[in-house]
Design a binder for this molecule. Structure first.
Ligand code: PAF
Length: 275
């Protein structure tokens, strides 16, 4: 039976004899993408800890905090038996109400996802810092699907000298190409078909990646052809800075895209080589 621990004190006690620890932070609604992170974590350490916590601090006004899927029993049933699940309440993690001490994502946290979700990345980094302090893992595993989150977590770990290794796992996709996401469940059949334009645009951009302008034009052509896709951004960023690359840039870049399909906000990314 998978162990589910709800308090920080009990988790600390349990982890005293855990050996090396690999940690997978999640907000639940687990799918194959999360399970790939858990499988990777199992390769890296003696004990795997998975946190399941819908972090109110990273949701803005009018976002989907209330409707975000929460089903602890079904999440736990998807996990291997030997995983330790940490599922704290909001009061356990934020006993004094919303944390007044925040880790700030700075300017990089105000671009792209941060532009349409003000405060999101401060809330995300703050809970990740708290969870790292609670679990004290040797390695923490994230999915490349949230490319900006990965960039910011890596930078926080480096800049704050957090003693943990960050391991990143490739995005898991449906056969159709759609990146797995807990939010895909909100899509009806037509929206699901329309959402394929996101991965389609990234693949087309990769195929025409001679210059930034060519790659972006190719991506726009695919996205513009799908009226149900309300594009927020598509851009090519330098993986080292998460800033848009210059027009004459040649080398590896991350192509990122975000769009609303119906009321559901979706993101995706892929690496491509310019030049
Ligand atoms: O990627 C997520 O699910 C969340 O942002 C994380 C890392 C679990 C922090 O709440």
């Amino acid at each position: 039976m998978t162990e589910v621990i709800e308090t920080i004190a009990s988790l600390r006690l349990r982890l005293e004899t855990a050996g090396s620890i690999a940690f997978v932070p999640t907000m639940g609604a687990l799918h194959e993408g999360h399970l790939a992170l858990v499988a990777r974590a199992a390769e890296l350490a003696d004990t795997v800890v998975v946190s399941i916590f819908v972090n109110p601090l990273q949701f803005g006004e009018g976002e989907d905090l209330d409707r975000y899927p929460r089903d602890l029993d079904s999440d736990v049933a998807k996990l291997p038996d030997d995983v330790v699940v940490f599922a704290p309440s909001v009061a356990e993690l934020y006993p004094g109400g919303a944390s007044e001490t925040l880790v700030t994502a700075g300017e990089a946290g105000t671009r792209f996802e941060g532009a349409s979700r003000p405060g999101h990345f401060d809330g995300m980094l703050t809970v990740v810092a708290k969870l790292l302090n609670i679990v004290r893992p040797d390695v923490v595993v994230f999915g490349q699907k949230d490319a900006q989150q990965v960039f910011l977590v890596r930078r926080m770990v480096r800049e704050l000298n957090v003693p943990v290794t960050v391991d990143v796992v490739e995005t898991v996709r449906e056969e159709s190409g759609l990146a797995l996401s807990s939010r895909n469940r909100y899509l009806d059949a037509d929206q699901h078909r329309a959402a394929l334009a996101l991965s389609g645009a990234l693949n087309t951009a990769a195929a025409s990646a001679t210059t930034r302008a060519n790659a972006l034009a190719a991506a726009h052509e695919v996205l513009d052809a799908e009226p149900a896709v309300d594009l927020d951004y598509v851009e090519l960023v330098d993986p080292a800075t998460f800033l848009p690359v210059a027009d004459d840039y040649r080398g590896p870049t991350t192509a990122i895209v975000a769009a609303r399909v119906g009321t559901t906000r979706l993101i995706d990314n892929r690496m491509l080589q310019l030049g």
